[in-house]
Design a protein. Structure first.
Length: 411
């Protein structure tokens, strides 16, 4: 099936909660052979005040309905500012918003007071629609949740189309606040793609860096490298119930919080440096254990690491010693780590715009694939919607900058 060429601006805000990464991608091709090219990249950091408010909203003890309601509008306005600047300079047919996750509880669990499967991503897309005047697709997780899935991880669908290499079994691993992997079989058969959250990524490390050292994160893993791993605490951490579950599974920061770990493990006995060393080892070992149990038995040739954790040399070095295959960062392969999730959601938006399913049900545990994402349209009277006009009349699009300057990089 031939797909309509479209230019999609995809905005991604991950579980680290530090800002917005965006890519503008030109798509064309077919369902079986997708062609894509990045035409522009954009970044907007959250203010320290906004990042702190998000942290409070994601914590049961400090969150409240007023805070979440305000943040829903505030983050939507932040999306609109970044997207508006991009739309002023480039031709954009569609904006995709993954949303900022503040709560993700995909399993009923009486121990933590979860009675109903639920997930919430905030950042109202109507602000982007109003500012940009082009269609917006947002809130990707809910349709999968309604179909019996966990609403995550969703990026596996895009990973398969973007990063599969024939004849090579590859894992795409993202270390954001939460760590997740996508396993791409050598033959590219979508039925055998596996993906799940392995557990904590940077979330515990970042919390410890902020609490004990007054910095946002452990740059290059330098602080952890100065400490010594507390093996007793590490063993206790690795008994976490989530790590014992089999895929499909997903999790969030509400499950892996530093306060909980300090209360329920010997971490509280560690010095600040030893605490960071132990949490970094915990992230590395939980990732490696997930590969040993759920990926390596199917055959694996390499692991490509994206996300902020790819810049933590102590963490990456630990993974290289624990995994039985080569581990490379996106940068070492000539790609950008921060692109990965935004690109994956851009692919999902591209398929949704055609009314095509864009999830892998065996990954999320859903009964069937769904068209994930809710589409907002501007009124016809307001300028013209390139996407709507194109879908009706087959007009060509071009997402190069209006100035004619080519700032894009090859896929």
């Amino acid at each position: 099936m031939n797909l309509l060429p479209l230019c999609i601006l995809s905005l991604m805000t991950g579980t680290s909660g530090d800002g917005i990464d965006a890519v503008l991608v030109e798509f064309s091709g077919t369902v079986e052979r997708l062609r894509w090219k990045v035409q522009g990249r954009f970044r907007q950091a959250y203010s320290l005040a906004l990042a702190e408010r998000l942290r409070l909203a994601s914590n049961r003890a400090s969150s409240n309905v007023v805070l979440i309601t305000e943040l829903h509008a505030e983050i939507g306005q932040a999306y609109a500012q970044l997207a508006g600047e991009a739309c002023d300079a480039y031709r954009v047919d569609l904006v995709a918003l993954s949303g900022q996750t503040v709560f993700h509880m995909p399993r009923v669990d009486d121990r933590v007071g979860c009675r109903i499967k639920s997930t919430l991503q905030i950042g109202e897309g109507a602000w982007v629609l109003e500012r940009c005047g082009v269609p917006v697709i947002c809130d990707f997780r809910q349709s999968d949740l309604a179909a019996g899935g966990e609403g995550a991880p969703l990026v596996a669908f895009g990973d398969l189309l973007l990063y599969h290499e024939p004849g090579r079994a590859r894992a795409i691993h993202n270390i954001g606040g939460i760590s997740n992997l996508t396993y791409l079989p050598a033959d590219g058969d979508s039925r055998f793609v596996r993906a799940f959250d392995t557990g904590p990524g940077n979330c515990l490390i970042d919390e410890a860096a902020q609490r004990f050292f007054g910095v946002l994160f452990d740059r290059d893993g330098e602080l952890a490298a100065r400490g010594t791993v507390n093996e007793t605490a590490l063993i206790a951490l690795l008994r976490h119930p989530y790590l014992q579950l089999s895929p499909p599974k997903s999790t969030g920061r509400e499950v892996f919080s530093l306060e909980f770990m300090l209360r329920h493990t010997p971490l509280v006995e560690c010095s600040a440096l030893d605490l960071l060393a132990t949490l970094t080892a915990f992230t590395a070992e939980s990732i490696a254990a997930a590969y040993r149990a759920h990926v390596v038995p199917f055959g694996l040739d390499e692991v490509l690491v994206a996300g902020g954790g790819a810049l933590n040399r102590t963490l990456i070095d630990a993974l290289r010693t624990k995994l039985p295959v080569p581990v490379s960062t996106f940068e070492e392969k000539g790609m950008l780590s921060r692109d990965r999730e935004a690109l994956a959601f851009a692919v999902m938006a591209y398929f949704a715009a055609h009314g095509l399913t864009n999830t892998l049900p065996q990954v999320t545990g859903a009964r069937h694939a769904v068209v994930a994402g809710k589409l907002l349209f501007p009124p016809l009277a307001r300028g013209h919607s390139r996407l709507r006009a194109f879908l009706r009349h087959g007009e060509s699009t071009d997402c190069r900058p209006f100035s004619g300057q080519d700032l894009g990089e090859g896929s």
